[in-house]
Design a protein around this ligand. Sequence first.
Ligand code: ZN
Length: 391
Amino acid sequence: MPEIFRAARVAPMTPGRPLLEDGAVVCDGDTSGVARTILAVGPYAQLCREFSGPVRDLGDVVLAPAVFNSHTHLEMAHLAGKVTSGQGFLAWVRSLTSQPLYAPDEGRIQLELARLEARGTGFVADISTRNAPAMAALLARSGHFHASFQEAIGTVVPEDIGSLIHQLPDSACASGRGTLSAAGHALYSTSGPLMRAAKQAASARNLPFSLHLAEHADEDAILLTGKSAFLDLLRERGYLLEYDAPGKRPVPQAAALGLLDERTLAVHCVTVTDEDMDLLAQSRASVCLCPRSNEYIGVGQAPVGALLVRGVNLCLGTDGLCSVADMDVYGELAWLKAHALPELSLVDGLALITSNPARFFCLEQHLGSLAPGRQARFSVVPPELAAMFLG
Ligand SMILES: [Zn+2]
């Protein structure tokens, strides 16, 4: 028998459909939880005439699709609260690299994923330098849809570039909810040839690609001039000894390497100029903003309004727990509303964590909107956030 979820407001997140007052979502009766689908979305008064079944009245809340966290680093969850904040990228990296980086705490990660599930996260994009298959297995077990990325770093390009994408564990394959692809770290820490190879490996399998791009001023300085305190630190530690600055800003350099297209997610984009943003828009790459991480590290903020005006497909991610207090992407939306875009509407804000990432990750048939045939996965907009938008 179908089940009817009623809420004071429902955000379908389908094109042209506004918030529904006293709305309802009807789900099929399969209570196994895995494959429940949506049968109908509309005004409660209409749907309760068309369907009979138990009604779960959620009360004075906004019911929205399950949300996407489009960028995090699960393998660093054990560093929560242990890394310097607010003093810029160099101080943050010094603090980060003085600790064991790639020793994931599986228990902590499972706990975090369970918290996300409970708060309505339906999808996680995870970047892992050393443990991508293990993180994919944890994500598969958690029930989330996911895109797991094996991060290429350094200069060594393997003969078989397909080896840059590790095998998705059987459990994740069996769930049908996950992919494992390649990512690059950043344009200074992953050489041009290795970046290009990682992008080609992803493109060959029609998989998404991701890289950190234009995150901080040191990145600009390293690429433009080959001179920065951060580069000195890396060299002290034996990295980038042969680094040759391309003399370009990060976005034009990414474009020159052929990294920017509609299957690429450029993460951060804080230090972008008008010309950089024009280039991003022309390339049809998507951009993932992580405003709380940028604030924690102290690198400035992306020009979110200017990116939106250019029609860039914007998503939000939390980044890892080494630079943010929690992995709930509703926190990113609250930050944007409070500090960057007071005029942002609730529907336009929800797009950044529902329909936009669903489009980028090619999951629109399953997630990202409330419509017949989609999976019955929901979130409730946190009441304090709903109040910021709706007064
Ligand atoms: Zn990151």
